[in-house]
Ligand binder design. Structure first.
Ligand code: UTP
Length: 289
């Protein structure tokens, strides 16, 4: 069984739910507490052993590539001022030579199309997809949990979690062949099932391990819901010939592509931050008075 070494990060969307902030700043570079959303995603991927990150970018997303490069003047200024801890932190996040690739999706035709754009860089091996606006706060990296599951059962893995009571009709929901523990064989998935028809209460939360055969299916470029080329449509086709398992991971997900999700992430991760937690709590309590 080939190991999972590469991850695709689609970052070409418009981020309309968090406009106007995303008019000039890519959604993935919006800050959560003290660093961009992407910083959490790369840390999660590295903790899972990912060796190569493939960004699918679009117009106006150049700042992402710059974020993962030296800022020569800034680094020199920090060094001159003796701010070595801060400088070391910045340098530690930089990619090793060749660790990141950037491929352009020239129009945001859908998540499936974005993933397909990475096909030549991924080649013939299983790979991860990490939705970069979903921050997954977990003791053990969410992607590492998915790769552990993959090492156990192979095939394709979809990371899921329970949706809030009565809201399954707003999510992509998985159908399972029985539910026993956290890792279960999937029989299907459905986008936004009408109320009362939800096959489970588990929604697809933004991490996938996929086999390269998905690219042949994505190549047909068929449009689905929202007139977009959907990843789930090709996953459903692949499910007729390959195994899919849903992993209910241990952790909490924040949808930072949404205003309230972004706010929740900021509050929760500030409270959990060893240096800022106490001050954050005091500030929040003061606001709530
Ligand atoms: P979303 O639908 O959440 O992102 O797609 P969006 O389109 O940027 O958001 P809204 O709805 O307009 O606010 C999930 C991820 O897939 C990427 C997005 O950048 C986002 O990180 N994506 C989506 C692409 O890279 N290309 C696409 O064609 C669509």
């Amino acid at each position: 069984m080939k190991p999972v070494r590469k991850a695709v990060l689609p970052v070409a969307g418009f981020g309309t739910r968090v406009l106007p902030g995303t008019k000039t700043t890519p959604k993935e570079l919006l800050n959560v507490v003290d660093r961009p959303i992407l910083s959490y995603i790369i840390a999660e991927g590295r903790a899972a052993g990912i060796e190569h990150f493939v960004f699918v970018t679009g117009r106006n997303k150049g700042a992402i590539e710059d974020y993962f490069d030296h800022q020569v003047e800034l680094e020199a200024a920090l060094a001159a001022k003796g701010k070595t801890a801060l400088l070391d932190e910045l340098l530690a996040e930089l990619p090793k030579p060749g660790e990141m690739s950037f491929v352009r999706q020239m129009a945001p035709l859908g998540l499936g199309h974005a993933v397909w754009c990475a096909r030549d860089i991924i080649g013939d091996e299983p790979f991860a997809v990490m939705l970069p606006d979903m921050v997954m706060h977990a003791q053990k990296s969410a992607l590492a949990q998915a790769i552990e599951a993959y090492d156990q059962v192979g095939g394709n893995i979809v990371v899921v979690e329970p949706c809030p009571e009565g809201q399954a009709h707003q999510y992509g929901i998985v159908a399972l062949d029985g539910q026993d523990g956290r890792l279960n064989r999937m029989t299907g998935m459905v986008e936004k099932p009408p109320k009362g028809t939800e096959p489970s209460n588990l929604f697809i939360s933004g991490r996938y391990i996929l086999q390269p055969e998905i690219f042949d299916l994505l190549a047909s470029q068929e449009k689905g819901a929202g007139n977009e080329i959907q990843l789930t449509d090709s996953m459903l086709k692949l499910l007729t010939t390959q195994d899919f398992h849903a992993l209910e991971y241990q952790g909490v997900t924040y949808d930072c592509g949404d205003k309230i999700g972004l706010l929740r992430a900021n509050v929760a991760l500030a409270l959990a931050n060893p240096e800022l937690g106490a001050a954050a709590r005091a500030a929040i309590e003061d606001l709530l008075k």
